[in-house]
Design a protein around this ligand. Structure first.
Ligand code: FAD
Length: 293
């Protein structure tokens, strides 16, 4: 495992708290995103993840943001990479670039293109990309998992069997899709352990700041919204400041319950919002202490 391997931070004993940022698609937005990412990194989470536009729409900026985080804050960066429409030569070239830039952690994903286009790829599934990266060597590799099942899959049980293939291909750790009912995560963890998946799992928590938007996304992805959460959106969805405050409180409540139940790796979808990340970090300071890093 390379130095700074995220899988080791997740199993090191302390709480592993991570924040996610997404890079811009256009150069003119780079400065604002970079500033936000560095503000979030200054909160000293265990690591930061930087997403990737499916098909390579953000490749330069994913790398640039990941490098800045590592160089200016000394934190490991997890660079996402998708394989939809990718060929072997392109992926290997990308791995060379990441390695030369000092990135040691990659989140291997299939990705989605707008309007569901599925172009030919040397890697039909993320498991194929995981295997490629492990064969290349020198990277700790993460993969996505879905407590409620992936939306394209026939059943959650089949999706868990497909997840096992991804772990068998070499995924060192997993991060979940957002969920709003912790019981779904506890059940999922039990079910994947039962089929022999022992990789560490980070719970993906989304502090909701735009209630209407999240309701739409959850409808499309099949994410369950508990009545308690829907009531918050109904009450505060039209007031951005109130919704943000309620979203942060809801996310913190989820995290407190997860930590108390022994789930020590928490990944926050902080969406380039330093104020949200800071509020979560602050609300949990006595539970989290120094992050594992
Ligand atoms: P896969 O693991 O390949 O699974 C895709 C579908 O194929 C599933 O339904 C699965 O059950 C099925 N499947 C897998 N293997 C097989 C098999 N052998 N035979 C038959 N069916 C199979 N998207 C981005 O574009 N950029 C990002 O940076 C990004 N980051 C993400 C981070 C996290 C933590 C998560 C949860 C998602 C992220 N996504 C990102 C979204 C992701 O790309 C989509 O959810 C995509 O639809 C599936 O990606 P995957 O890597 O899980 O795919």
């Amino acid at each position: 495992m390379p130095i700074g391997a995220i899988a080791e931070l997740m199993t090191g004993g302390g709480v592993c708290l991570s924040f996610e940022v997404f890079p811009p698609k256009q150069a003119e937005n780079f400065e604002a995103v970079s500033r936000a990412a560095l503000e979030i990194a200054a909160l000293q989470p265990s690591f930061m993840s930087v997403t990737y536009g499916a098909g390579g729409t953000t490749d330069r900026y994913t790398l640039a943001v990941a490098q800045e985080i590592q160089e200016k804050h000394g934190l490991p960066a997890l660079a996402h990479l998708t394989c939809i429409g990718a060929d072997r030569a392109g992926v290997r070239a990308r791995l060379e670039i990441l390695r030369a830039a000092g990135v040691r952690n990659i989140m291997a994903l299939r990705g989605d293109l707008p309007e569901g286009q599925m172009p030919a790829s040397d890697y039909p599934y993320a498991a194929d990309l995981v295997a490629e990266i492990k064969a290349f060597g020198g990277f700790c590799v993460g993969a996505a998992c879905y407590p409620e099942g992936h939306v394209e899959c026939g059943s959650p049980a089949e999706d868990r069997r497909n997840l096992k293939k991804k772990v068998d291909a070499g995924a060192d750790f997993l991060t979940t899709q957002m969920f709003f009912d912790n019981d779904l995560l506890y059940k999922f963890l039990y079910q994947i352990r039962e089929i022999g998946i022992s990789a560490p799992v980070a719970a993906g928590i989304m502090p909701v700041t735009n209630g209407r938007q999240i309701a739409r996304i959850c409808r499309l992805s099949g994410t369950y919204l508990p009545a308690r959460f829907r009531a918050i959106v109904d009450q505060y969805g039209d007031s951005p400041a109130a919704m943000q405050q309620a979203g942060i409180v809801y996310a913190c409540e989820q995290i407190v319950d997860l930590l108390a139940s022994g789930v020590n790796a928490i990944h926050v979808y902080s969406m380039n919002k330093p104020a949200v990340a800071a509020a979560i970090r602050d609300n949990l300071k006595h539970l989290i202490g120094e992050c594992a890093c």
